[in-house]
Design a protein around this ligand. Structure first.
Ligand SMILES: *Cc1c(COP(=O)(O)O)cnc(C)c1O
Length: 357
């Protein structure tokens, strides 16, 4: 099966498993897991921040970030495609008492123009606008990569307006590799940064939240409250250390494969794909209405050993990752071509995709 549904489907390689097997471990809740401690120090140093806290998932580290930056009654601003606003089960409301205000933005990337009139005035009627959340790379907005300058401008504006900045860096290193800026340059724009190891970096699980020592102390308490404080978690932290050493530079291959896939898809009659707009490892394309919907194409592709993610209506996402080769890309593109040529409207139509009715 060529599985392009997500970059989370990767399985740990033998070398990563060996690193996990060999990990030195201790009780992390007592601060005694040497491998977790090493990972946290390593990431904090890479990003030029004081401290980091290992978390179970990107959702957990994002929600720790929201709780650290806000108090109940506060409001956060985010693009309307942002993961924190739509894919985290209403976490800000439930876990932090925080209202989410979703704003439109070109390519899903907020700039000062989108934000400038949004902070509420100080008045008893309003919640306090407190946090701006950016996502880099963007996920469902299109896999786009923020220019450094745009993040710096928003950060400067946020500081002037007494707002905090959180980065959902689920694909932080995809952005670093695609844009060529450093981890520390990007991190300097944010108070808190969440990074996933379970996406392109190929780990079975794990994320990290990064920020000041004081904020991370609070984040640790929030993590405990969320049930995310673990014991011998060096077993999984070892995979993350392995990934930081071995799986960052190779993300370029995933980006090249994504561009190749978009190029092959764009050549198919009935498919609208845009290689020029493919900036990282996520490929989005539209199926012209006639052959059927994205859900139907996904079903037809599955029968041919290829999986992709319907995104609602005619829109499809394909994510490249370290278990996908260039040959897999060519095979997958051929499978799409065959499906489109043969038609797939006979496939069962169940909903429009996983994200909406
Ligand atoms: C995957 C992802 C997350 C975190 O998801 P988990 O499944 O909790 O690891 C957060 N933000 C974005 C943009 C993502 O793509």
């Amino acid at each position: 099966m060529i599985d392009l549904r997500s970059d989370t489907v990767t399985k740990p390689t033998p070398a990563m498993k060996q690193a996990m097997f060999d990990a030195d471990v201790g009780d992390d809740m007592m601060g005694e897991d040497p491998t977790v401690n090493r990972l946290e120090t390593m990431v904090a140093e890479m990003l030029g921040k004081e401290a980091a806290v290992f978390a179970c998932s990107g959702t957990q580290s994002n929600q720790m970030g929201v709780r650290v930056n806000c108090v109940p009654g506060d409001e956060l601003l985010i693009n309307d495609t942002g993961h924190i606003g739509i894919f985290e089960a209403g976490g800000p409301a439930v876990l932090s008492g925080v209202t989410v205000r979703q704003l439109g933005a070109p390519k899903g990337m907020l700039s000062i123009d989108d934000l400038i009139w949004q902070p509420r005035v100080s008045d008893q009627h309003f919640c306090r606008t407190r946090l701006v959340c950016l996502e880099n790379t963007t996920n469902i907005a299109g896999g786009f990569v923020y220019p450094l300058e745009q993040m710096q401008q928003v950060a400067g504006w946020a500081a002037d307006n007494d707002l905090r900045m959180h980065l959902d860096g689920a694909r932080f290193f995809n952005a670093v590799v695609a844009a060529g800026y450093s981890a520390a340059e990007m991190a300097a724009c944010f108070d808190t940064i969440s990074i996933c190891f379970s996406k392109g970096l190929g780990c079975p699980m794990g994320s990290v939240l990064v920020g000041t020592a004081k904020d991370m102390q609070l984040a640790r308490r929030v993590r405990k409250m969320l049930g995310g404080a673990l014991r011998q978690s060096g077993i999984v932290a070892a995979a993350a250390i392995y990934a930081l050493k071995n799986n960052v530079d190779r993300l370029q291959q995933d980006h090249d494969n994504a561009t190749l896939l978009a190029t092959k898809l764009a050549a198919i009659d009935g498919i609208d794909a845009c290689p020029d707009a493919t900036e990282s490892n996520l490929v989005f394309f539209e199926i012209n209405a006639e052959p059927g919907t994205a859900v139907q194409l996904a079903a037809a592709l599955k029968e041919r050993g290829v999986r992709m993610g319907p995104m609602g209506g005619q829109r499809m996402r394909a994510a490249t990752h370290l278990d996908i080769s260039e040959q897999d890309i060519l095979t997958a593109a051929d499978a799409v071509r065959t499906c489109v040529e043969k038609g797939f409207a006979d496939q069962e139509l169940v909903g429009s995709g996983p994200y909406s009715k």
